[in-house]
Design a protein around this ligand. Sequence first.
Ligand SMILES: Cc1ncc(COP(=O)(O)O)c(C=O)c1O
Length: 408
Amino acid sequence: MDIEFVREQFPALKRDFIFMDNAGGSQVLGKVIERISGYLVHHNVQLGASYKVSVEAGEKLKYATSKISQLLNASRPEEVVIGSSTTLLLRILSLSISKQWTKGDEVIVTDTDHEANVSPWMDLKKKGIEVKVWKVNPETLELELDDLRKLLNNRTKLVAVSHASNVLGTINPIKKIAEEVHNAGALICVDGVAYAPHRKVDVKELDADFYTFSWYKTYGPHLAVMYGKYDLLLKLDSLNHYFIGKEEVPYKLQPGNFNFELTYSTLGIIEYYNEIYRRHFNPKKDEDFQTRLTKTFGLIASHEEKLASILLDYLNEIPEIRIIGIPEAAAGRRVPTISFVHSNLKSDEIVERVDGHRIGIRFGDFYAKKLIQALNLEEKNGVVRVSLVHYNTQKEVRKLISIFKGIF
Ligand SMILES: Cc1ncc(COP(=O)(O)O)c(C=O)c1O
């Protein structure tokens, strides 16, 4: 991958600082920044009016949501729900969908997920919904399909699970999980926040019923998106004003509307993926967008695997270190979000000693509190997490290792 080209696209990367807390938030593309200011300068009006600028603004946002739907490989733009954060979108979904559930209905959550895909479902207990927990195998640090099968039954309404854990970095086999869930007559709601910055999201291929992620972790602004299958969204109760009908998908789930300039700016991300493709491959006329995207993310995945292998090879050699996740770099099994603990040092002690070197890494539970509890890592103050993305370099990873060498 042409790393110089990639880094040039991110104005913040010109600074003398190494960003390795990308699972917390990635740096923003110049193309995104340009579109935010362009929209505000030229089209900052209320939508839906008959005057020229309002009509143009409406067309621009319609275009942006149609491109987002293409990015996700959704069937139609109405399947794209925009919101300020994944946390809010999942809360909206739980409030809306549960209006049609009754006492004794069941939901399954995991103990590896970020709370964004746990609390909205847990809170339904107050309504008499039973919430079951699909627990991580503490030995393999994986969610086992057999354990899920034991929890599913004919009262299960929905299974909430993440595509990748923001602590373990492990990729869950969503397609297989969706098959099990659908066989049981339930729906699957996927948190793709820790996955989407690294791999292509294809909601059709996954057969996900609902799928969310946050743009600020995929090189864009503080905004999020939730995909929902059209017929399912149509059935949901509206959370908008009484005069916004049930058929008004997705507006009924976007009370107060979405942020226009930020939504428009996501076009910059899609264009960036296209540019990576054009830069590295010989564009063929008959190659469709999905094929191009697959190639782009293939490049990203192999670059990330290389970065992860450098760090993991080093960490795996240190007897005091335990990787919290899969200890191999294999791009098909994990993303380069790498967490570990040290037997003699607390996680905050390690991070504090890195802070002075102009490198951003982080310690804690990362709101995956139930996972940190399940693994008894609270007394370590959680894990040390180094979260890499494709704009990180081998040199940066080696610099971090040289600093680690002075600590343990
Ligand atoms: C896996 C995962 N899910 C959900 C969230 C919440 O996303 P948002 O900040 O958009 O609510 C995060 C944020 O860190 C996350 O890492």
